[in-house]
Design a protein around this ligand. Structure first.
Ligand SMILES: NC(=O)c1ccc[n+]([C@@H]2O[C@H](COP(=O)([O-])OP(=O)(O)OC[C@H]3O[C@@H](n4cnc5c(N)ncnc54)[C@H](O)[C@@H]3O)[C@@H](O)[C@H]2O)c1
Length: 283
């Protein structure tokens, strides 16, 4: 699923793609706005912003705002910053166009329809960003050596960031009025992604790193609400035949969206930079 080759569009001769990688940003919200603005400022040496797509009206985009079909005419890679539904609706179209797709809504890949679509070959390549978590390289390497015996992903967020439309009044009150840390969810990464679609992409990213999309039986996700959590905390504890790994990350929530950590757009820019021929950031 994850490759690092430069994309070649249908009808384009290999080797003619000598310029910067042309990027369309899908979604101009908390993440997409920063990704697009930083790209337009030249933050990724080997990439240029050619389009923004947005469901809501945009007045200050640093590139032409166009619909996805038009964006796919010029882009070589689409960066999804638009959420699970947008990914479900558009992933196949993007990959079939020959564009690569960098995904931020990683948990959406548990969706059965999306997963079966990805089983089929496409001219474009789908890549997941690390997003708000790190250390996935060593976890993936250890899992390549031998499957983990157990992996625990424990995320702790402020209560307000965890309320979901499916929760009943009593559950909302339990979370919102708690005095200390309270367990909101314990289960598989797939259930975490389904129940907390914009909040537990980290759990999916860890699960995919240690075992691919079908993995999850040895991965447990715990989600806590903590009124004292000014930072969003992700702790990973993994144990297996080749080692034991503890990763602890505390991220500042972004101003625009308490569910999204401020580091995420910059993590996406790193993912993008690594796919260019000049895999560095310049400012
Ligand atoms: N991997 C990670 O660590 C991580 C962390 C945080 C968020 N995320 C993912 O990133 C997504 C975006 O986060 P955000 O904080 O920027 O959300 P946001 O709500 O601030 O912005 C999303 C934007 O996408 C737009 N949009 C929705 N559907 C669209 C479509 N079909 N085409 C174009 N634009 C569309 C919306 O109008 C909105 O402006 C989240 O839904 C979440 O799944 C991933």
């Amino acid at each position: 699923m994850i490759r690092t080759m430069m994309p070649v569009r249908p009808g384009q001769a290999p080797g003619t793609n000598t310029g910067r990688m042309k990027v369309a940003v899908m979604g101009y919200g908390t993440i997409g706005r920063i990704v697009a603005q930083r790209l337009a400022e030249g933050a990724v040496a080997g990439a240029e912003l050619v389009a923004v797509t947005s469901r809501s009206p945009v007045v200050d985009a640093p590139a032409l705002v166009m619909d996805l079909d038009d964006a796919l005419q010029s882009a070589e890679v689409v960066v999804e910053c638009a959420g699970r539904d947008a990914l479900r609706a558009n992933a196949e179209r993007i990959l079939d166009s020959g564009c690569d797709l960098i995904v931020s809504s990683v948990g959406a890949l548990y969706d059965a329809e999306l997963a079966s679509m990805l089983e089929r070959p496409h001219p474009g390549t789908l890549v997941c960003t690390n997003g708000a978590i790190g250390g996935l390289d060593v976890l993936a390497a250890a899992a390549d050596a031998a499957p983990f015996d157990s992996v625990l992903v424990r995320s702790t967020k402020s209560p307000g960031a965890l309320i979901q439309p499916w929760m009943g009044d009593a559950e909302v009150a339990r979370i919102v009025h708690t005095d200390g840390p309270v367990l909101v969810f314990s289960g598989t990464p797939a259930d975490a992604a389904r129940l907390f679609p914009a909040s537990l992409n980290v759990a999916a990213a860890v699960a995919f790193a240690v075992g691919g999309r079908r993995a999850g039986t040895n991965v447990t996700v715990e989600l806590y609400a903590d009124p004292a959590a000014t930072l969003t905390r992700h702790e990973v504890e993994a144990a297996g035949p080749v080692g034991r790994y503890s990763i602890r990350i505390e991220n500042l929530p972004s101003e625009g969206n308490p569910r999204t950590s401020a580091v995420v757009p910059y993590s996406i820019l790193r993912t993008l930079a690594a796919r260019t021929r000049r895999p560095n950031l310049i400012g």
